[in-house]
Design a protein around this ligand. Sequence first.
Ligand code: SER
Length: 595
Amino acid sequence: MNADELREMYLAFFADKGHKIISGSSLIPENDPTVLFTTAGMHPLAPYLLGEPHPAGKRLCNCQKCIRTGDIESVGDASHLTFFEMLGNWSLGDYFKQEAIEWSYEFLTSSQWLGLDPAALSVSVFEGNETAPRDEESIQAWLKLGIPKERIFALPETDNWWGLPGESGPCGPDTEMFIDTGRPACGAGCRPGCSCGKFFEVWNDVFMQYEKMPGGAVRPLKQHNVDTGMGVERTVAMLQGKASVFDTEVFHPLIGALEEAASRRMSESDDIAKAFRVICDHLRSAVFILGDDRGVLPGNLGQGYVLRRLIRRAVRYAKKIGLAVGFTRVISEAVVGGYSGFYPELGRSRDRIVGELVGEEERFEGTLEKGLVELNRLLGRMREHGEKTVSGRMAFKLYDTYGFPVEFTEEICAEDGMTVDHEGYEKAFEGHKALSKKGAGKAFKGGLADRSDATVALHTATHLLHRSLQIVLGEHVQQKGSNITPERLRFDFLHPSKLTDTEKTEVERLVNDAIQRDLPIQREAMTLEEARKRGATALFEGKYGEEVSVYSVGDFSKEACGGPHVERTGLLGTFRITKETASSAGVRRIKAVLE
Ligand code: SER
């Protein structure tokens, strides 16, 4: 069975059990500043698990794209992935443990579905602690289905309790299902949950009947929910009897493309195999991040930084197997080709994705070699003097001058038995930020120097333009600069390609529509954190707790800014774009007037 078939079968099974198939969410979580990426299918469903009614009902299922980069350094082995697809079914206060477990068992073992041997199945359940009791209900449900008690393992919180990594949210005990792969046990204590590879974890049913409150206290939820998760790539590998996800058809086209581009075989050596895996995994993630509807571009902060790190790490491994510049094109095209059937957003943005990847590859290519020469020279000197720790200042220089993410430097150092003074690096980084932010801070606070009516009107129009660009082109649009005279506005923003005529017309239409609705403009003062929490666009990083003004234009836009603005949009006249050009790499410039 391949990945497409598994997805289809899973969703058909749960649709048959009265579940609505909902679409997956963006990889970039909405309204959740605690995590950078969607890490599980339940992530976008958290409000509904806590009691909000979901428009599609109480039984849901889907396939969710997920990114987890916590283990990025482990990628390269047989199973770690930074991007994966997760199949899930949910009960929002509807069925509970009994049905969830029965259905999991049926899907895994019935010959109509996966048809796995029930004798190979073992399960784990929560053993209980001071917060919640031992999960007798799940134990009984498994016994009733014929799983003998020797294959039911009661394990502690670290194994069998699940919730999102953030401060608070829905959580609860889980029961995990394992397939015995038939490989030998690693020792007497080998049991489900052991990482030696004998027991393969195929599915996780979480019973979200608790809520973790800010501060850590856990209280029972009124609504009893089910949240399950099955990783597509890993399950397909298990079903195909493969020891590694990279041996399945999911990665075949990528590996094939790489073998051709590098003129070598993945199987040549362990080191070569590792490089192949890192490149395939990281570029697959990069394509999905770039191609997301709320996609981000490589950058120095947040998601953009993770994306940059993934691409740059792939470029370094590409060097190890002698790939020529431009290899990201071949791989990204293979990823888009393989996935755009199920994820049409990739097909829609194919050119942009490929262009961005190749652009980032080329930007790094130029400095990678020089940076490596400098770092190797340094490591050589350190070896001579018996030193073990690279200074924070040096790590920062490698970042600032050669574009080496610090984790990247740390990894190269670790290969040589060296470490990096991380704290020193943070200090050097902060010092640099404080210096370069002086200018930005001024622009943030000061507002407009010229306060003539015409300038103020164009300033409000700039906010409408910013929001409209995000709506039309995507949330990656971010202000890079603004200059307003009484005659015209000039707005620079992050976007990789020239706007089409249709895009320009649509942006004008949205701005003029907001003008015609005569929306009121309101100012509120709040901390920068609060502004971000309320979804305001806030361009510059301020100090923690710093108060900012947030201007809302009706329900249309919300932006932290120094003002001033007009009182209502009806005062603006008609908005027209007069020019759209490139400003610098990846940045577009629009000039516009109010007539
Ligand atoms: N949220 C749980 C997990 O990620 C089950 O979906 O494993």
